[in-house]
Design a protein around this ligand. Structure first.
Ligand SMILES: O=C([O-])CC(=O)C(=O)O
Ligand SMILES: [Mg+2]
Length: 572
């Protein structure tokens, strides 16, 4: 019997061949069809009696689950139901999402996933993905060796230290790799059995978790310094031994670690950090679209980057590349950007600057002669006023940081100011779109990190675009996997950003939203994947021929439909 049949399904066209029968089959979320097993399959696989007599369809099943969701009043309750469904029947889970994408993405992903992580210990039920804790680090090879993981091609890994804007959630951070990989499949069409979410449990400094008797993680303060670096190194080495061609996505590591890890590993394997590069691509893509709508080229915009964690640094680096594409030199490009840490505008000589922030600081002479209201670090308001900022981007996790005074000042500098409060989840957003539109007389072009309802203003309805990396990472991953890219280059990230910008409704109509509707995310994912694959080929990190890519993409993409099952006799 071929090895891949040993512990997972092998798909040949629309047939699944498996040795599992009875209870064992029904308990496997990748194989379970519930009441949709046919009469013949119930005979062959020994399912009679384990299932009620009704033979259902995927449509019946969706209806049943949708009713249960509709009856659940809270977002967390819905999240919990969807997590259970995913661990019970993956085809049904993805089919339900595909049919209600606008409604269910905010349930399985941001913002509900935030509370899902905070309360992960309350709802932990079944194994999904891998928990690798620091005390178990010497068992890594053994854990990864399980034949269940033979078909894995991509991993999303977190250490739970900076979960969205919610800080350290310890092992509860596993909700994020699970949620991101759900979008790999839902939006990128990546087969679920190719995906492995991993949580590296290096402890937690969240006291509430350390004190909580039902906390599922390692109840210990975070391991830091050389021990932490060694833990990450052991992990990467073990992953590369097991799957030499793996795609490894880093997610929600604390800022300094995120940047350090990315710099250390990006030339050693096929890897990217979504908070650094995915967020950078969606933000740059949105800005490229927005500037077309404003009629003022990117090189003539003045951008305030409020927040300089992993996302802020990633965005600035990609924006500099985009400004250079627009004809500026590196030095001129840097002059266009005003970057903030939590104290204020970063200016050279400030002892509070971290190493990664130094290159982002303004020169002292840039701010000399500014009229400022407050002593100490320069505020966002004073920067907007003095530097005549036209674009405001927030990655600070400081709710309400874009105040009325600041936004009204911004509106004096541009006919159509661009405002992107990107912090997640909704409770951390730097501003609410309804306020931004009110304070700018409806003129602001807005993109938010979390989903927001449309806003009524001056008799029109403004749809709010969700500038979330979900427009990028599923397609980026798909493009990488299909082109068999060996590395993730800056050119591939920029190609994703530009492709997204080209799909913007605002490019056709300056009053339309900046990004395509969430309901089109799957189409966006495919388009981004193709652009990424082409860039990988152009940059020499993929050996595929450009003409082959489209066909390979279409062949690879997985659809949530039930397949016919055949029993394979095995010795296990
Ligand atoms: O997950 C999201 O919605 C966006 C993201 O990566 C983050 O906020 O860390
Ligand atoms: Mg993230």
């Amino acid at each position: 019997m071929p090895n891949q049949l040993h512990d997972s399904a092998s798909e040949a066209k629309n047939v699944i061949r498996t040795h599992r029968t009875g209870y064992d089959l029904l308990l496997h979320p990748g194989l379970n069809k519930g009441t949709a097993f046919t009469e013949e399959e119930r005979d062959v696989f020994g399912l009679h009696g384990l299932l009620p007599p009704h033979i259902g369809t995927l449509e019946n099943q969706r209806e049943r689950r949708k009713k249960a969701l509709d009856n659940e009043p809270t977002a967390f309750g819905k999240y919990s139901l969807m997590r259970d469904l995913q661990d019970n029947d993956e085809v049904l889970f993805y089919s339900l999402i595909a049919h209600h994408i606008e409604e269910l993405l905010p349930v399985v992903y941001t913002p509900a996933v935030g509370e899902g992580c905070q309360r992960f210990s309350e709802i932990w039920r079944k194994p999904r993905g891998l928990f690798i804790s620091y005390p178990d680090r010497h068992l890594m090879d053994k854990m990864l060796a399980n034949p269940r993981y033979n078909e894995i091609r991509c991993i999303v890994v977190s250490d739970g230290e900076r979960i969205l804007g919610l800080g350290d959630q310890g092992a509860g951070g596993m909700g994020i790799p699970i949620g991101k990989m759900a979008l790999y499949t839902a939006l990128g069409g990546i087969p679920p059995h190719h995906c492995l979410p991993i949580l590296l449990d290096a402890g937690t400094d969240n006291q509430a978790l350390l004190d909580n008797p039902i906390y599922i993680g390692w109840q210990h303060h975070r391991v830091r310094g050389p021990e932490y670096d060694e833990f990450i190194e052991m992990f990467v080495a073990a992953v590369m031994r097991r799957w030499p061609n793996i795609l490894l996505q880093w997610e929600d590591f604390a800022g300094e670690n995120a940047l350090k890890i990315l710099a250390k590993y990006r030339d050693r394997l096929c890897t990217f950090n979504d908070d650094v590069q995915g967020t950078a691509a969606v933000t740059t893509g949105t800005l490229l679209a927005a500037v077309q709508a404003t009629g003022v080229p990117l090189k003539d915009q003045r951008i305030a980057m409020f927040g300089s964690g992993s996302a802020g640094v990633g965005i600035i680096n990609l924006l500099i590349a985009a400004l250079k594409d627009d004809g500026l030199s590196e030095a001129e490009a840097r002059q266009r950007i005003y970057a903030f840490n939590r104290h204020g505008l970063m200016v050279e000589g400030d002892p509070a600057l971290r190493a990664s922030q130094m290159p982002l600081a303004r020169k002292k002479e840039d701010v000399e002669g500014w009229k400022v209201d407050t002593a100490g670090p320069i505020s966002l308001f004073d920067t907007v006023r003095n530097a005549k900022i036209t674009v405001l981007v927030g990655t600070s996790a400081q709710a309400g940081a874009f105040t009325e005074e600041t936004v009204r000042e911004l509106a004096r500098n541009a006919e159509r100011p661009v405002i992107l409060p990107l912090s997640n989840p909704t409770s951390k957003s730097e501003a609410a779109p309804a306020d931004l539109l009110k304070w700018t007389d409806g003129k602001a072009l807005i993109g938010t990190g979390s989903p927001f309802a449309p806003v009524e203003i001056d008799g029109r309805t403004v749809r709010i675009s969700q500038t979330n990396n979900s427009y990028i990472f599923p397609g980026l991953a798909l493009g990488i996997l299909v082109s068999k890219a060996r590395r993730v280059t800056d050119g591939m990230i920029m190609a994703a950003a530009k492709k997204l910008a080209s799909l913007s409704p605002a490019v056709q109509d300056a009053n339309a939203p900046l990004l395509p509707p969430i309901g089109d995310s799957r189409k966006v994912g495919l388009a981004v994947a193709e652009a990424v694959g082409m860039a990988a080929i152009a940059e020499g990190v993929s050996d595929m021929k450009p003409g082959e890519l489209g066909d390979e993409l279409r062949k690879y993409v997985w659809e949530p439909v039930y397949r016919r099952y055949e029993l394979v006799k095995g010795d296990c």
